[in-house]
Design a protein around this ligand. Sequence first.
Ligand SMILES: O=C(O)CCC(=O)C(=O)O
Length: 492
Amino acid sequence: MGLKIGGELERINGKELSYKDFVDNYLVKNQPVVLTGLMDDWRACKDWVFQDGKPNLPFFSTHFGNSKVQVAECGKREFTDQKRVEMSVSNFVNHWLAMSTKDSTDISICQENDESLLYLKDWHFVKEYPEYVAYTTPLFFRDDWLNLYLNSYNMHTDPGTYQETNEISCSDYRFVYMGAKGTWTPLHADVFRSYSWSANVCGKKQWHFLSPSQCHLVFDRNLKNSVYDIFDDVPEAKFPGFKKAIWMECTQDRNEIIFVPSGWYHQVQNMEDTISINHNWFNAHNLSYVWKLLLKDYNEAKEYIEDIRDICEDFESLCQRNLAANTGMNFSDFFSFMIRVAFANMIQLYLNVKNNEEHMRGSSPRTQPLVLNLLSIKKVCLSMKLVDAENRSSLLDVREVLKDPLFLELCRDMEINYQMIHDWEKCSDTSEHSRINIDNLEFVDSNLFNMSCSEHLIRIIDYVFSHLAVDSSFENSGLVSKFVELDTSGIL
Ligand SMILES: O=C(O)CCC(=O)C(=O)O
């Protein structure tokens, strides 16, 4: 029996969609959508594609041939993913070209077993070639705390065995994917339960999506393992809910971008030779998803080594190390991230209010996104406090955070981003950021310089709201209740 298909993704012309409508209808409601018309000026769409729509593979060998990339062998499973090997872009292209010149019976024999189907994945292209501007991130996806943060900091900073792998694989979440017809990605939900967007530079992909409220149906009885390939013969005894799942389907063409919401499971098949660009990101609207996943992964990491608790010198540290290795960050990484992002927002708010009295009210268009960001951080902090997560977080000194040139970079990048997204005129002189120091930030309560728990961050946020006379009724507005709705909309 085939999959039950409940419907197709909505398709919208991105040029006719406002940022606010995108936020209200897709980000906040956590719904997928296909956006067209947003890739017209991309250099990638010219340089990387022949006139007939096929990928210009020689261009990659000539310009980026020495890059070392991760390639998935689509026919070989390794745990929950495909086996990965590292190779140069030149070798990958040579393999692809050699396969495409084989006669069709050879190819179908190979493809039947997915043998030799190599899929280049997770190429950190922007990081590696910052000067070659292959594309510009559409405005809809620019409120991206994850990649903004990673421009300045590492997510996981614990020295030790995990550092090296982390540096390579978690330097940012902006990728290029390239694969011949037949290559595919197994069923999964995205890293950190982030949002993602995926743009087809050439080729065609078929997507199958499952909403978070149905995700339990692709898990086994213990809710531990999920189905790997939805087109396989999925055993009912092991996955009793699978047949009941109702999927959404989409065939994504060249020049179309798919928005993948948080926590939606999806499987993807390249129906033609395809090149795509995709980013993972999170912001105020899905921060609670990220936290919920981290907590779930922490509980699993703890349970996994419960039987060695008594012989462990520092059981908690081991749990946190394992959490960072499996998930890409631990509690302390996440808390440091929240502190820095919260302060970048508070400083932005402070400068807006200071430079223009009109922006004093929290509900003004200029302050509203910043207040919303801080409220979402506060909400997650409240949840961290409830589960006592802070005891495991290391201490951060606000004075050190604010002095760090990397923090000023984060503030500046964030301001530029919001100017672009909301079409703000420049309000603060960006050089003002560099003059910020702890002594002229009246809003920083000196009792709270040492941040060791989420309670401290909550108090600082509240202090800032009251000090800057941000309209506190905003806190009770509909915007906040949306986070609650999201939290309860399904399992992760
Ligand atoms: O294009 C693919 O093969 C997979 C992309 C994907 O899973 C994603 O963007 O989340």
